[in-house]
Design a binder for this molecule. Structure first.
Ligand code: TA6
Length: 312
């Protein structure tokens, strides 16, 4: 596909294909050969590849494509709940629903439009859905791939007519890593976190970075807008920038939990880490007509190019 950045046609850079679960996926490509795939099942990002064809997201080798359950991997949209703390299913229902493509999405901001391909997916409640969560909402997920390969996800939740409602949200993001022992996460030093392995008790991070020697399942509170996931093995860094999302959940299931999970290989915990831009501690509240936006951007850089500048 030949395009110059000036005449980049986002529709031409987008293709709809059948996923292995039989459900449509949208593929976005850029001129450098990077690509992103998003499934209509759950609005789940199933792949993000750089221009060399390297996959940057983790997907389990034992992945089960059995809708409505989400696949183990990629980036899972958790709405209107994160975890199993409410009355709904774990991580909310959005990941279990079939979304639709908005064929006439609002245009990109002019400053973002050069060379950017994008698609908008929509989730609205059916009559059946309103029985378990009786709120009138529209959830719009914009998936955008920039000319230089950045993956940008923007979610907008609108209270379309009804009574006020509150929700939690997370981009539950499985990053592919060389080996979990080679990974450190920077940007969350001295933050408070809720430890899911200790009844959500509150602690303060003491290390100068987060490293992994056993199972970790935490929600870091009020985190800065940028965190960096350094992988010394792959010599690459994933910089995660977020807006509208106060928290960051960090998860690695380690050995025993991996063995107990039917859709994760016993040793695959080594190749993944979840770093989720999220709004968990303080739910978002919307009155009728109000809209919330939560955005995350993933930037993949060679570690030698990653300096403190990313974190400032
Ligand atoms: O990010 C943390 C977490 O909530 C963990 O507690 C763990 O259960 C994980 O998500 C995966 O959840 P899932 O329902 O996809 O198996």
């Amino acid at each position: 596909m030949q395009h110059s950045a000036a005449v980049w046609d986002h529709k031409a850079a987008m293709e709809v294909i059948k996923g292995s679960n039989g459900i449509d996926q949208v593929v976005l490509r850029n001129q450098q050969g990077s690509s992103v795939r998003v499934s209509l099942q759950g609005g789940q990002i199933t792949s993000w590849q750089n221009g060399r064809g390297e996959e940057l997201l983790f997907t389990s080798s034992k992945v089960k494509f059995k809708p409505p359950k989400p696949a183990r991997g990629g980036i899972v949209i958790c709405f209107p709940q994160f975890g199993n703390c409410g009355s709904l299913e774990q991580h909310g229902f959005a990941r279990n629903k079939i979304w639709s493509i908005d064929e006439n999405p609002p245009p990109l901001h002019p400053k973002d439009s050069l060379g950017q391909s994008f698609v908008d997916l929509l989730l609205q409640p059916s009559k059946e859905d309103l029985k378990c969560w009786p709120h009138s909402y529209e959830l719009r997920l914009r998936v955008a791939l920039s000319a230089d390969g950045k993956l940008n996800l923007t979610s907008r939740v609108k209270n379309t007519i009804g009574k006020p409602f509150s929700f939690a949200f997370a981009y539950h993001s499985y990053l592919s890593v060389s080996d979990i022992s080679e990974v450190r996460i920077e940007g969350m030093e001295i933050l408070d976190y809720l430890d899911n392995l200790r009844q959500k008790e509150r602690f303060t991070e003491q290390g100068d970075a987060i490293t992994f020697e056993s199972e970790v399942d935490r929600v870091y509170l009020k985190s800065p807008s940028t965190v960096a996931v350094l992988d010394h093995g792959k010599k690459r860094t994933c910089v995660i920038r977020k807006a509208g999302l106060d928290d960051v959940a960090v998860w690695n299931p380690w050995e025993n939990k991996s063995k107990a999970m039917a859709d994760l290989g016993a040793r695959e915990y080594k190749q993944m880490v979840c770093v989720d831009a999220a709004a968990v501690e303080k739910p978002i509240r919307l009155k009728a007509g109000e809209e919330w936006t939560g955005q995350v951007e993933f930037i993949n850089v060679a570690s030698c190019f990653c300096s403190d500048a990313w974190l400032s």
